[in-house]
Ligand binder design. Sequence first.
Ligand code: GLC
Ligand code: CA
Length: 578
Amino acid sequence: MSNEKWWKSAAVYQIYPSSFCDSNSDGIGDLPGILSKLDYLKELGIDVVWLSPIYKSPQADMGYDIADYRDIDPRYGTLKDYDALVEGLHSRGMKLMMDLVVNHSSDEHEWFQESKSSKTNPKRDWYIWRPPRYDADGTRHPPNNWKAQFQGSAWDYDETTDEYYLHLFLAKQPDLNWENPDVRQAVWELMRFWVHRGCDGFRMDVINIISKVDGLPDAPISAPDEEFQDARALFANGPRVHIYLQEMNREVLSKHDLITVGETPYSIDPTALAKYVLPANKELDMIFQFELVGLDSAPNASFTPRPWTLPEFMQVVNRWQTLERDAGYWNAVYIENHDQGRSVSRWADDSDAWRALSAKMLAVLEVSLSGTQYVFQGQEIGIRNFPRSWGIEEYKDVASQNWYKEVLERRRAEQGRDDVDMSDILDGLQKKARDHGRIPMQWNASPHGGFTTGTPWMRVNDDFPTWNAEAQIADPDSVLSFWKSALRLRKDNKVLIYGDFTLLDPTNKQVFAYRRVYGEKRAVILLNFTSETVKFTVASVAAEASTRGHVFGNYPLVDGVVGAEIELRAYEGRVYLS
Ligand code: GLC
Ligand code: CA
């Protein structure tokens, strides 16, 4: 059918370069390490590799702070290594997607160095500078009350010119001024640079916050006790974001056959977010929406877990699966990335008893949803969150560290002593920290899981001796072997890629059931999200399922026609196809 595209049927594998494979024993993953694993990815059924940032960076935020957009960070290798990786991918029929981080640069980028040098520097206006505000007694304050992600004020004072610059993330990540056409030109040029060097697409970091509200007004006071306030509504999906992305499409994207996905946090409004994707708008192929992965977080507190229910989960999936289908909305299907805890630990059951089965059930979920598939490194072997017994020192992410320090200092001040109880914060981090997505890949049973022969930059999860890729390659029953066949099933059945989605039993607290229809082809998917055997008794669905073949699942297949009632075993996932 006419809406079929190579990037819609693609399976994309996200690599977090620092933690994938270390080739030179310095404890940090690198490009030659990635090159050495391409056959593994090909074998898994991967079409596109997306690399989290590999550009030159002081690594204040693990490479999401770029000091040179046209060079590779020495910890990862050289431009030659990049070329070899492109060649290695292309010769295997795979493609390469890069992370485009252009809402902000590093403060060490020469653009920012120039910008801060004087008010008259030609690059002054490439960033967002404002004079201080002074209160009645002459105390200096930032230009507005916006709070940054991962730290206090979104403004940092610079003495050289007696002004503040805006940074929506760390002070080492100054926001570029997209209002300036020269900035946009520079971005288009660096995109062309990588496309000409063999890159096949981009994942665009926080791309929905590049246009800030006019006048940069104070945010409404939502936390009266705090100095800085949540301003996300003032920069998410801002006034000119679509104009800029349409310009990007005209100038760069439309001239090549690329795959593009925009990361769009701080908004879960489907109507607002669909605009980035609808083909008539000529912007991006798809976005990463955060409604599903945010479901288990307390409101505005990403490191505080919140209990969730299956009907809520199904509602969110349903909303995005059925969004503006006729107008061509297309989903990016993901449940893990480098900013998230592991899916088996959040949405299933990572205890030894159920880990493998429930990780496979989540694989059935992913491959049977409409959208481009994203598999995060380690998801294919069922890596789980590292344990609660690990202390705060094992958390390397600046966001985890800053959050811990912030609460620690507040409690010490409130309680007037040093030894305050932080166990609830550690409980939350064990569930929700970004660190769990950044743990080194578990390749084999050798020290540090075969990730490095040196000292790893981050501790490897303790279960690597038994839980690793090598052991799973050898085991036809492993999570890895299951993912291979699940991705194959999807490739072989377009109904799973393109079919329309209907939620079948919206209030069921145990079973997620849905139908997919594509032309003459139909699929029914049943997923038991509990560790109990449950009877699925929606008669019409059972009858429908029973007339179709049970072709795929994480238990041995059940032969023949089943009755009006289907029994699903613990964490069983089934696909019926006709
Ligand atoms: C995105 C990235 C995250 C990073 C942030 C700032 O959300 O995925 O890792 O910290 O942007 O660049
Ligand atoms: Ca290395």
